[in-house]
Design a protein around this ligand. Structure first.
Ligand code: SAM
Length: 194
């Protein structure tokens, strides 16, 4: 008989927890090869409720500028920055009580891991690049797979955050921008705030 585990309440509904402290750590960015992937990863992080997008590897200012410009125009809280020492950042983050989750196709099923994650502490989600060193598998408290098959870091992050937060961020999270999109069945309905 298959035992069905009950899904835990989404983070936003758990007492004392906000969705606001989710950091995404993008490892090993290569300025010449990865700009599109790393930008789209940042956009995905933003719309699924991350507060910080931490680009590691090459310090590619154009990506950070693009993401911070999207925040300026469309609102939201996510800050994008570069980090020289992702391992140092993670060590410090974990020492302060944060939970580090490494997304990898070799990990345990994300549906199970999400049930175990502390609901009231900051979470750092580590997303790999071309090659992820052993240290990340050892340092992160969770190595989590979105299916045990290779695919895209963007898809893995989107699926993980969608389940963690039980959906995408609500429009209220993005009311401080200059542009507001009104959902429309046809065409584009966008308002520019005064
Ligand atoms: N060979 C690399 C390695 O050493 O892990 C993986 C490269 S993959 C193109 C880039 C990133 O996508 C991975 O580091 C991981 O974060 C994410 N990824 C790919 N497939 C995944 C899966 N099935 N579950 C979770 N994350 C995945």
């Amino acid at each position: 008989m298959v035992m069905m585990k009950r899904k835990s309440p989404p983070r936003e509904y758990v007492d004392g927890c906000s969705m606001s402290d989710i950091r995404i750590i993008r490892l090993s960015h290569r300025a010449g090869r990865d700009p599109r992937m790393s930008t789209h990863l940042g956009l995905t992080a933003r719309v699924f409720g991350a507060s910080e997008y931490i680009l590691c590897g090459d310090n590619d200012q154009a990506i950070l500028d693009t993401l911070n410009d999207v925040k300026e125009r469309f609102g939201g809280k996510m800050i994008a920055r570069h980090e020289q020492s992702p391992l140092g950042f993670l060590r410090n983050f974990i020492a302060k009580g944060g939970t580090a989750v490494h997304l990898t196709m070799y990990g345990v099923p994300y549906q199970d891991a999400i049930l175990e994650l502390p609901k009231d502490m900051p979470i750092a989600i580590v997303v790999g690049g071309a090659k992820v060193s052993r240290e990340y598998y050892e340092m992160c408290q969770y190595n989590v797979a979105v299916g045990n098959q290779p695919h895209s870091e963007i898809a893995a992050l989107a699926a993980f955050l969608e389940r963690l937060n039980d959906g995408v961020s609500s429009p209220e999270e993005f009311t401080d921008g200059k542009l507001r999109i009104n959902p429309s069945e046809r065409g584009k309905d966008m308002i520019e705030e005064e």
